[in-house]
Design a protein around this ligand. Structure first.
Ligand code: IP8
Length: 262
């Protein structure tokens, strides 16, 4: 099995609210349709999730009854983006089936504390391609919280032990520092233990951008899963990665020196 996370910054234009990048979503569908192995897809929120979550301060949980309308609007918005993604996958000939995270996961203090994954398991057995997404879910301590697609991915990795997890970004992979700096260099390979030396930037997302992503990736250490970071906005990178040829960053259990860090 391979779990693919399609990042919200790649599949939406984050500078404009509620703006999908249709060509990237269609590209994902075209590439996944050419891969015959078992896949779970999880997508991020991008401009369908983060602006609303921020407006209603959903990431800190319940403090005000007015936020409940924000919960409703954010869920609806994520369902709209999910419908676009699932429709493109179906148009590409993939039996993609939406799995609503807010109906299958519960959090406690923003971390997944309970879930019901039998429907997802049954879908895999059919075999269908389950499609999940970052969502606003109920939280036993905080009322509600934002559950990032990245946390869903690391949780599913701990349950299903995929051989690989692929994160599709709008940059080429992991850099030695924020790629806005000219001397930032792309890291081709790094171990989970060396990840802590990389200071991922916070992009203003409610789920903390690359910093949050790196924290979730670190959760996968010791699971024996290889993590790949690729640029989803570049043609063919997803299919290559699905087939084992990664143009981007490879994160593995390997310890010791990291020759991939320039
Ligand atoms: O983009 C966030 O998911 P992410 C989802 O995977 C919402 O961090 C609702 C903001």
């Amino acid at each position: 099995m391979i779990i693919v996370k399609t990042g919200g910054s790649a599949i939406t234009d984050k500078t404009l609210p509620f703006t999908p990048r249709y060509h990237v979503i269609k590209g994902v569908a075209e590439q996944v349709s050419q891969y015959t192995g078992e896949v779970i897809i999880v997508h991020g929120g991008g401009s369908y999730g983060h602006p609303l979550a921020k407006e209603y301060r959903l990431q800190r949980g319940f403090s005000n009854p007015n936020q409940v309308m924000g919960v409703a609007k954010t869920r609806l918005s994520m369902m709209k983006l999910n419908t676009l993604v699932v429709s493109a996958l179906i148009d590409g000939g993939i039996p993609a089936v939406s799995v609503q995270p807010s109906a299958s996961f519960i959090c406690r203090d923003t971390r997944i504390s309970a879930c019901f994954l039998d429907p997802l398991r049954n879908l895999l057995n059919l075999p269908a391609v389950p499609v999940l997404y970052g969502d606003v879910v109920t939280d036993e301590a905080m009322g509600f919280c934002i559950l990032s697609g990245d946390q869903i991915v690391s949780y599913l990795a701990s349950v299903f032990h995929p051989e690989r997890v692929i994160f599709g970004l709008n940059t080429d992979g992991l850099y030695t520092k924020d790629p806005i700096h000219e001397d930032a260099e792309l890291i081709q390979s790094i171990s989970f233990s060396d990840l802590a030396t990389i200071s991922g930037e916070e992009t203003g997302d409610v789920t903390r951008g690359m910093k949050g992503k790196l924290a979730e990736i670190a959760e996968m250490a010791g699971m024996g899963v290889e993590v790949n970071l690729i640029n989803l906005t570049k043609k063919g990178t997803l299919l290559s990665a699905l087939r084992g040829s990664v143009e981007g960053t490879i994160i593995t259990e390997r310890t010791g020196d990291s020759p991939g860090i320039p």
